[in-house]
Design a protein around this ligand. Structure first.
Ligand SMILES: Nc1ncnc2c1ncn2[C@@H]1O[C@H](COP(=O)(O)OP(=O)(O)OP(=O)(O)O)[C@@H](O)[C@H]1O
Ligand SMILES: [Mg+2]
Length: 239
């Protein structure tokens, strides 16, 4: 007897993309199953961010299809995709440096009134460090705190999937652990799937259920995270 297959939160089939006529993505096919953390790995310049930009609607693919919880996203604008359940934290995280932490959070809210305070309180449970910094300007936070603020903002949009582009880049090791713990908590809550682009191997091993590896615009390996072996790491990941 076969088990019923649940619709993946995100599924990409045969995705091709180019910048100015030079092809960057080659036939990318990948899935993020419900309630799982999937990491997309690969060296600099292989096309990880471009893949994410296709998902969020910032780059228009040449061909291929992308579905969110079974619904095709073709032709949808980035804001429609965001409202539809895609929470995106770009590489280098963009928060508003001149607004306070509290104001940064308010701008992401999709609800208003008393419900809004409840939503912020609920999300702040995941980010204890931000609770003490609500009145500070975003720009004075450390890199790690800004990253947590960026993730909190994405969580406030009530996403079906949280998409993170290299959240550990340029961040101190002890804060990296905090970010990892947050992702594990989000996973345990079981409401949001996560697609994590990341080059820091140990971080991926600690949080991911499944992995994909990209090289020169194509997916070259993938499977349960336990299958990410030394051969793959040496061939495609270490510099
Ligand atoms: N806007 C753009 N116009 C033209 N080429 C681009 C553009 N953005 C990226 N590229 C090129 O596309 C390729 C893939 O870039 P991409 O940013 O997707 O890689 P990445 O895997 O995210 O790299 P990194 O690990 O450094 O963030 C690179 O060769 C890059 O130089
Ligand atoms: Mg990138």
């Amino acid at each position: 007897m076969s088990l019923p297959t649940a619709t993946p939160t995100l599924s990409i089939t045969g995705l091709n993309a180019a910048y100015d006529g030079s092809q960057i993505l080659r036939n990318i096919t990948l899935e993020v199953p419900q309630r799982q953390v999937v990491t997309l790995m690969g060296r600099n310049g292989v096309g990880k961010t471009t893949t994410l930009k296709c998902i969020v609607g910032l780059v228009k693919p040449l061909s291929g299809s992308i579905s969110l919880a079974g619904v095709p996203l073709d032709g949808r604008r980035p804001d429609e995709r965001a409202r539809g359940g895609i929470g995106y934290v770009p590489q280098g995280r963009d928060i508003f440096p001149n607004l306070t932490v509290w104001e940064n959070l308010l701008l992401s809210l999709v609800v208003h009134g008393r419900k809004a305070d409840e939503e912020v309180a609920r999300v702040l449970e995941l980010f204890p460090v931000l609770k003490e910094m609500l009145k500070r300007k975003g720009g004075v936070l450390s890199g790690g705190q800004q990253q947590q603020l960026a993730i909190a903002r994405a969580m406030l949009t009530n996403p079906k999937i949280l998409i993170l582009d290299e959240p550990t880049e340029g961040i101190q090791p002890n804060i990296i652990d905090q970010i990892g713990d947050t992702l594990i908590k989000i996973r345990q809550e079981g409401k949001v799937s996560i697609l994590l682009v990341e080059q820091y191997l140990d971080f991926c091993l600690g949080v991911a259920d499944r992995f994909y590896v990209m090289d020169r615009g194509a997916i070259v390996a993938g499977g349960p995270i336990a299958g990410l072996n030394d051969t793959i790491v040496k061939k495609y990941l270490t510099v």
